[in-house]
Design a protein around this ligand. Sequence first.
Ligand SMILES: CC(=O)N[C@H]1[C@@H](OP(=O)(O)OP(=O)(O)OC[C@H]2O[C@@H](n3ccc(=O)[nH]c3=O)[C@H](O)[C@@H]2O)O[C@H](CO)[C@@H](O)[C@@H]1O
Ligand SMILES: C=C(OP(=O)(O)O)C(=O)O
Length: 436
Amino acid sequence: MDKIIVRGGQQLNGNVHVEGAKNAVLPVIAASILASEGRSVINDVPVLADVYTINEVLRNMDAEVEFNNNKVIVDASNDLKTEAPFEYVRKMRASVLVLGPLLARFGHANVAMPGGCAIGSRPIDLHLKGFEAMGAEVHVGNGFVEARVNGRLKGAKIYLDVPSVGATENIMMAATLADGVTTIENAAKEPEIVDLANFLNKMGASVIGAGTETIRINGVETLYGTEHSIIPDRIEAGTFMIAAAITGGNILIENAVSEHLRPLIAKLREMGVTIMEEGNGLRVIGPDALKSTDIKTLPHPGFPTDMQSQMMALMLCAHGTSMITETVFENRFMHVEEFRRMNAKMKIEGRSVIIDGPSELQGAEVAATDLRAAAALILAGLRANGLTRVTELKHLDRGYVNFAGKLASLGADIERVDGNGDVVKPFEINYVAELS
Ligand SMILES: CC(=O)N[C@H]1[C@@H](OP(=O)(O)OP(=O)(O)OC[C@H]2O[C@@H](n3ccc(=O)[nH]c3=O)[C@H](O)[C@@H]2O)O[C@H](CO)[C@@H](O)[C@@H]1O
Ligand SMILES: C=C(OP(=O)(O)O)C(=O)O
C-alpha cells in the first residue's frame, strides 16, 4: 500500500495547474448515455480513480468509452444494458447518476443501492421521489433500486426538501427526455450543476435556470452526442490555496475560477491571506501569522463541505479560537482523531468542532478517512515538525491528480512510496488498482 511521506517546514512557491472538476465530469459522463445518436467528446477530464470507475460503469452497459490524453469519448448509440452492479456503486456512490439517464432513455434502470460512507448515511430518497413524480415505478429491494416507466417519463413539478446536488443532477438528466416541462424547486446551485446543464443543452436539451434555485427543463425526444470541456475543479484549487496559506508561501493557481471560490476567498482573507486575480488564475500569499475564524458548511454558495477538512488543517495553525460547524453531512469529522495524532488541540461539540489555535503540529503516521481528509492531513504535514506519513491513499486518488508531485514541484519535501519503500512516480500511480 502506498504512503505519502512529508517533512514539514518548507514554504511553497510557484505555479500549479488545476484539473477539470471531478464532481462535474462524473455527471457529464453519466449524461452522455442520453445520446442515442453521435459520440460525446469530453475534454479536460482529470485522470482520477472515479473517472475510471464511471467509465467502467458505462462499458459494463455496452457503451463504447475511450479515455486518453484527458479526453473521454463515449458512443452510447447502441441499446444499452440498463444495469449498474454493486461492485461499481460500492467503489463510487456517484455511479447512481446513471439512474436518471437510463430511465429516461430506455424506460428502465436497475442500479445497486449505495450504502452510507465515511461522511454520513447519504440516502437517495430525493432522487427516487423525483422519478416517481415523473411517473416511474420505483422498487427498492435486495440491495437494488429498480425504476421503470411505460413510455416516456412525464414532466412534473418537483420540490427538493434539501438542495441535493446528486438529486438535482439525476432529475435534471431524466427530465431532458420527458414528455412536457419539469420544474425543480429548491435545486442545488453548485457550479457543477451549471456545467452539466450546459452539456445537456449542447446535446439538444432545453434546461433553463441552472445555477438558481428553480430549474426548468422542457423535455425533447432525442439527444445527440456533443463536445464539451469540463470546468476547473474548485475543490482542488481551494486545496492549493490552503497549501499557500498554511506554509506562508506564494502560489499562482492557474485556472482557478474566483466566482466558484467566493466563500473560501472571503474566509481566507479574514484569516489574513492575500488573494489576487492574476491572468486566468488566483495568486495566494500566506501571512506570517494566521488569524482565527469560524465557518459553517452549507450548500452553494455557502462554504463547501468538501473544503471543511482542509480548512480545519489551516485553522489549527491560526492564532485564537476557530469554530467549524458541519451542516451538510452528519458525520464528516472522522479526520479529527487523525489530526489529534498530530498533536492538534480541538474538541467536538455536536455538529461543531472548536479549535484552540495554534497547535504545535507534530509529524505522525495518520490514515486518510475520505478523499478531502487525505488532502487535509498532507496539508497539516507541510506545517508539522518532523515526518508525517499518510496512508489509505485510495481516497486521495479518487479526487486529486498527482497531489504529491504537484506539491513537490512547489517546493514541498514530499514523496509517495510503495509498500517496499520505493518511490512511486506520478505515471506509476495505478488509479484503477487502488480501487480494487
Ligand atoms: C460526486 C459529487 O458531486 N459529490 C458531491 C455531492 O455529493 P451528493 O450529491 O451525494 O450530495 P448531496 O448534495 O446529495 O447531499 C447533501 C445532503 O443531502 C442529503 N440527501 C441527499 C440526497 C437525498 O436523496 N436525500 C438526502 O437526504 C445527504 O444525506 C446530505 O446530507 O455534493 C456534496 C455536497 O456538496 C459534495 O460533498 C460531494 O462531493
Ligand atoms: C465527498 C466527495 O465525493 P463523493 O460524493 O463522490 O463521495 C468529495 O468530493 O469530497
